[in-house]
Design a protein around this ligand. Structure first.
Ligand SMILES: *[C@@H]1O[C@H](CO)[C@@H](O)[C@H](O)[C@H]1NC(C)=O
Ligand SMILES: *[C@@H]1O[C@H](CO)[C@@H](O)[C@H](O)[C@H]1NC(C)=O
Ligand SMILES: *[C@@H]1O[C@H](CO)[C@@H](O)[C@H](O)[C@H]1NC(C)=O
Ligand SMILES: *[C@@H]1O[C@H](CO)[C@@H](O)[C@H](O)[C@H]1NC(C)=O
Ligand SMILES: *[C@@H]1O[C@H](CO)[C@@H](O)[C@H](O)[C@H]1NC(C)=O
Ligand SMILES: *[C@@H]1O[C@H](CO)[C@@H](O)[C@H](O)[C@H]1NC(C)=O
Ligand SMILES: *[C@@H]1O[C@H](CO)[C@@H](O)[C@H](O)[C@H]1NC(C)=O
Ligand SMILES: *[C@@H]1O[C@H](CO)[C@@H](O)[C@H](O)[C@H]1NC(C)=O
Ligand SMILES: [Zn+2]
Length: 756
């Protein structure tokens, strides 16, 4: 352990899985440059560099000419006649893509072959993981008195003539939900949030032998199942309520898909019931990964997977079930209404005259995941930008993930074309097609855990492409390091059908505000676990646009082509947006990252933390210089202000360095040399800035999450929790943990303020 501490002091990255085998794409010798610091060597270096400066420095400079590269890249995606996104989307959304199945491996091969065709280097990277396959599900409403079936749910979407994807019937299941066959009375639990179960507890609800009926929405579905299990329910039934679609409902006069844009009432939402906020990835390998042929132990999956059965059901089929509860049991008048006719959304039940019979059978298997990578090696092999999206799906899904797969291939095509002109990027660009996301972010998490050491050193940024184009509204979540590059790139692009830029559109819709990243997609391991600046982006539907049939068979090619993105215009825009942003990061000499945006964001978040008044005068014990909490709080505030000042001047200097670099020819050789050295130092600081927010011990009770600014919300999953080390102890009324969290945070801020 002391070794690890030593290392931490020297290097801002965390040497988590040192010594593990790395995919070729990342494997490059990590050299120890200590000898370079020897004074004699330094003098020699200067002499040698002086002699060869004309040649070497100018050589390096000539290879960095970003603007023409941007133009040429845009050219390859420029005209919509040359837009292949629809072609790729059709190919990708042809079949269901369960991990380990023939169809999935075929599509992995197809993706690999496309990367090859475009001229990228390729690699297939396998992990063995624990997953579940659906075998059978059923749901019956029974008469309690004589056991006869009052209503039998089909658990299938309607087949629609217009939409060939609806012919492919897909089991209505939730990944990892336990197998089981249960009969019991049932209770309505609203959205199944922590507060909802607290409400049930106050009412004295006895869950023994009962089934929880829970509405989709607000939080990650796996946590609904977890809370139901923790409360003592023996099964959970999750249903979709179109009220949560907002304005566009049949009740408001919109027609349902396929005639119109409202939700089809038979749509079912599938996906994982994993407890995402505990840790993502393979439930049996927390913090590490296993490749085929490796003999490593697996732990019990139940830290993050349910012990109770759970299945999803459509709006149409939950109607007869919920109707039976009206007027039975206690009422919670504060719970919001939904659209089930004849149900008051307040009576929680049970109705002693009815029971549910719910079955779920799944096979739990160890299966190979196939990640596929395409790479364009840059002049700097050890500086990598990753763009990724998952390839697995449980229906022949178009929106999630394959709008992103199509965009990824368009970027690959354009970069490949660029490469064929003789261009080589400054930094390495890696495109990843991940497997196993729907089960709980398996493919990228295992990759991230396996290669933690290398990724921490070499990865500048991760761009996540899931659900890229299911509407026309840009949604953008990002690490503040990347705000600037995302804003300035959006300003270069036209918003379709207007004379506005994409950035104008973003500002109109969001007041220039980025979403905070939480979890729920594939950036999680990069940001929350490894501290790598990440972006999650996509075009989503507006409030009056077509309702997205998330994880239903109606998330189909037909739906995208006819309603969500006719002409694949927003696919094309997304390919340009991501491609250009990545090129800006790759091609400019000084990284286009901004520490000052991060400092401002930290200040904003810190100001929102509401410390209980009665804590302020409490002492802080051994953790700090002594004194009261209020002193530590104001010390932290001062340090944040210092960080902001330091970051602003650091960023200004970085801009000046780039400007100087752009006027290369006017510099003398020693100015060139000094500039190069300064740039190396600046880039190094930018590269490691976000990494410094990692706490190697992780969060209390969930050590996998190590980022102290952004993590997955423990009670929400999808939605992010900012400053978890401060906010969560306040929620828990846990003073000691709060002081520890604040001390750590203050130290990080202070170190950054003095070192940047
Ligand atoms: C698409 O599906 C059809 C049959 O369902 C099959 O013949 C075809 O090969 C599939 N295409 C791909 C790329 O898998
Ligand atoms: C995928 O490609 C590998 C290597 O080329 C080949 O051995 C394998 O049979 C292919 N699998 C499928 C399902 O096409
Ligand atoms: C069972 O009871 C229900 C009332 O709960 C009644 O409608 C139904 O006819 C009964 N079925 C049989 C087979 O007795
Ligand atoms: C809850 O219900 C079960 C079964 O109906 C019963 O055995 C148990 O005693 C009840 N618990 C409480 C606290 O009432
Ligand atoms: C795997 O490791 C276990 C102990 O860790 C050992 O007992 C077993 O023989 C190993 N199996 C193989 C195939 O190496
Ligand atoms: C999963 O495991 C079961 C046995 O538990 C086996 O029957 C089934 O074929 C396996 N499924 C797959 C897809 O490997
Ligand atoms: C937009 O953001 C600015 C600056 O952050 C703020 O002053 C303003 O109140 C915001 N406007 C709205 C409508 O939220
Ligand atoms: C929402 O999107 C639809 C098309 O999908 C468009 O017709 C409508 O004008 C948009 N509304 C707003 C407020 O942007
Ligand atoms: Zn997805």
């Amino acid at each position: 352990m002391t070794d690890k501490k030593e290392l931490k002091k020297k290097e801002p990255f965390l040497d988590v899985e040192a010594g593990q085998q790395t995919p070729d794409i990342l494997r490059k010798p990590v050299r120890d440059y200590q000898w370079l610091r020897n004074p004699i060597v330094i003098v020699l270096q200067i002499l040698i560099l002086g002699l060869f400066c004309r040649f070497t420095l100018d050589q390096v400079h000539r290879s960095a000419q970003p603007d023409p590269v941007h133009k040429t890249f845009m050219g390859y995606l420029g005209s919509l006649e040359e837009n292949y996104a629809g072609t790729w989307l059709k190919e990708y959304s042809n079949e269901t893509q369960f991990p380990g199945t023939e169809a999935n491996i075929k599509l992995a091969n197809w993706t690999r072959d496309k990367f090859l065709e475009f001229g990228l280097e390729v690699e297939t990277d396998l992990y063995t993981t624990y997953i579940s396959y659906p075998v059978s599900q059923s749901l019956d409403l029974l008469s309690a008195s004589n056991g006869s079936v009052v209503f039998k749910a089909a658990l299938q979407e309607d087949i629609l003539e217009e939409d060939p994807t609806s012919l492919k019937s897909v089991p209505a299941f939730l990944g990892y939900a336990a197998s089981g066959d249960v009969v019991g009375e049932y209770i309505y639990c609203n959205y199944g949030t922590k507060e909802d179960f607290d409400t049930l507890a106050e009412l004295g609800v006895n869950a023994t032998d009962k089934i929880a009926v829970i509405r989709y929405g607000k939080i990650f579905r796996g946590l609904k199942v977890k809370f139901a299990q923790d409360f003592g329910f023996k099964a959970a039934l999750l249903f979709t309520d179109p009220k949560d679609d907002g304005e566009v409902t049949e009740a408001n006069g919109y027609k349902a898909y396929p005639e119109g844009i409202a939700r089809n009432p038979s749509a079912i939402q599938r996906r994982s019931s994993q407890f995402l906020s505990v840790f993502p990835g393979d439930p049996t390998t927390p913090g590490y990964a296993i490749k085929p042929g490796e003999n490593k132990t697996r732990s019990s999956p139940h830290l993050t997977t349910p012990r109770i059965p759970a299945i999803p059901v459509s709006y149409r089929e939950v109607i007869p079930i919920l109707q039976k509860l009206s007027g039975h049991g206690p009422k919670v008048e504060s719970w919001p209404a939904g659209l089930v006719p004849g149900y008051d959304y307040a009576s929680i039940g049970p109705n002693p005259n009815y029971k549910l019979h719910l079955t779920n059978e799944q096979d739990f298997n160890i299966t190979n995941l196939y990640n596929v990578y395409g790479k364009i090696e840059g002049h700097k092999k050890d500086e990598v930008i990753i763009i990724g999206n998952h390839r697995d799906s449980w229906t022949p899904a178009a929106g999630d993930p394959h709008t992103g797969s199509a965009v990824l291939l368009e970027i690959a095509r354009a970069l490949g074309n660029l490469q064929k002109t003789g261009w080589k990027p400054q930094r390495t660009i890696m495109l990843a097609s991940w497997d196993g996301e729907e089960y709980g972010l398996l493919g990228s998490t295992e990759f991230g855990e396996y290669n933690a050491h290398d990724l921490s050193k070499k990865t500048l940024a991760y761009f996540n492409m899931d659900v890229s184009a299911v509407g026309n509204i840009l949604e953008l979540g990002a690490s503040p390091m990347l705000y600037e590059v995302l804003r300035s790139t959006a300003d270069l692009l036209e918003y379709p059908g207007t004379d506005k830029t994409l950035y104008d559109h973003f500002k109109e819709n969001t007041n220039d505000t980025f979403k905070s990243l939480g979890s729920g997609s594939y950036y999680t391991v990069f940001l929350d676990h490894l501290g790598i600046p990440s972006v999650d982006m996509g075009f989503t539907s507006n409030r009056t646009g077509p309702v997205y049939h998330y994880h239903s068979v109606y998330d189909s090619y037909h739906w995208i082509e006819s309603l969500a993105d006719p002409g694949f215009v927003f696919h094309n825009l997304m390919a340009k947006y991501v491609g250009l942003s990545v090129l800006k990061l790759s091609e400019t000499k000084v990284y286009q990252m901004k520490a000052s945006d991060y400092a401002s964001e930290i200040q904003r978040l810190y100001e929102k933390v509401e410390v209980p008044k009665n804590w302020l005068s409490r002492t802080i014990g051994h953790c700090s210089k002594g004194g009261k909490l209020v002193d530590l709080l104001s010390d932290t505030e001062q340090n944040i202000i210092s960080l902001k000042k330091a970051a602003i001047s650091f960023d200004e200097e970085a801009v000046q360095l780039q400007t100087k670099y752009d006027n290369w020819d006017s510099l003398s050789w020693w100015e060139k040399l000094a500039l190069q050295l300064k740039i190396v130092k600046t880039n190094r600081k930018l590269n490691y800035f976000e990494r410094k927010f990692l706490n190697p011990d992780g969060l209390k009770d969930r050590p996998w999450f190590r980022h102290i600014i952004y993590v997955s919300g423990r009670y929400t999953g999808y939605a992010g929790q900012q400053l978890p080390g401060l906010v969560e102890p306040i929620e828990d009324n846990d003073y000691e943990t709060f002081v520890r969290g604040l001390t750590f945070f203050n130290n990080v801020v202070n170190n950054l303020a003095t070192s940047i």
